[in-house]
Design a protein around this ligand. Sequence first.
Ligand SMILES: NC(=O)c1ccc[n+]([C@@H]2O[C@H](COP(=O)([O-])OP(=O)(O)OC[C@H]3O[C@@H](n4cnc5c(N)ncnc54)[C@H](OP(=O)(O)O)[C@@H]3O)[C@@H](O)[C@H]2O)c1
Length: 269
Amino acid sequence: MRNLSEFGPWALITGASSGIGEAFARRCAADGVNVVLAARSTERMEALGRELHRVRHRVVTVDLSQPTGAIELAAAVADLDVGLFVSNAGDGRPGKFLDQEPEKLHRRLVLNTISHLDLTHSLGRRMVERGGGGMVLVSALGAVNGLPNMAHESASKAYVHSLGAALNRELATAGVKVTVMLPGNVNTPIIDRFGIDRARLPFGPFPAARAVDQTVQALLAGRPTIVPDRRMRAIMRLVPTGTTVRMNGRMLGEAADNLARASTTTGKH
Ligand SMILES: NC(=O)c1ccc[n+]([C@@H]2O[C@H](COP(=O)([O-])OP(=O)(O)OC[C@H]3O[C@@H](n4cnc5c(N)ncnc54)[C@H](OP(=O)(O)O)[C@@H]3O)[C@@H](O)[C@H]2O)c1
């Protein structure tokens, strides 16, 4: 059976301290691929690295919302033969676009867009030089049509979606496979951090490990995009776009209200 080891001895995973990135790290280890774990939470990544004892690991603590973060990360893996890159780190905050502070929007734009640009460019060049590789760019289902109360994140993730889909063709001749993952309702801490009421979700969130398995299959098959979870794919096929955008926008508006209430109670903003 084909697995991730066909791309090379090392994988670089951003946002590896949690959720989808952590699930990618576990999958890499199961396939015998050494991992570089990159995010801000050093202790969580060190604990994860110790668990992945079948393979070697390196932890890189980096804030990818800083303009130099991605460049520093690329330098920190310059000595490794990285054949697989998972560009996954990202974040957001539900709420009305005009209510959010421009400075915070800029930082999230660096995290959700510029860091993907810089790392995809740097790792892409190295993969072409080494004669091949694989890249997973993690976007979001909301990027496809844009979601009210998540306008900025939808837009920044649309960049990642479009970049990866184009590179799927552009880099194919150089032996580099590129797949864009479009998650929506994958079971990670982001759901609660966004203030989303889990009871309002159309169905139970999809396990991150299964979302990663489906993405790996898509990558190995050379597909440009993958929406994990066939229930989400069915919704996309069967429900009119206007309806899903309206429903998701309303749910995110309620999530923003939940966050505002919680911050009034705790005094955190
Ligand atoms: N779960 C879903 O259904 C869903 C839906 C749409 C899009 N996504 C996308 O999927 C990706 C993974 O999210 P997730 O669901 O797995 O959520 P998660 O569990 O919260 O993981 C987010 C990861 O990004 C890292 N990160 C956040 N800010 C960072 C920063 N400034 N610098 C470096 N790393 C940073 C976090 O690590 P630290 O906090 O340790 O830095 C964490 O490892 C994100 O890009 C997210 O937008 C997920």
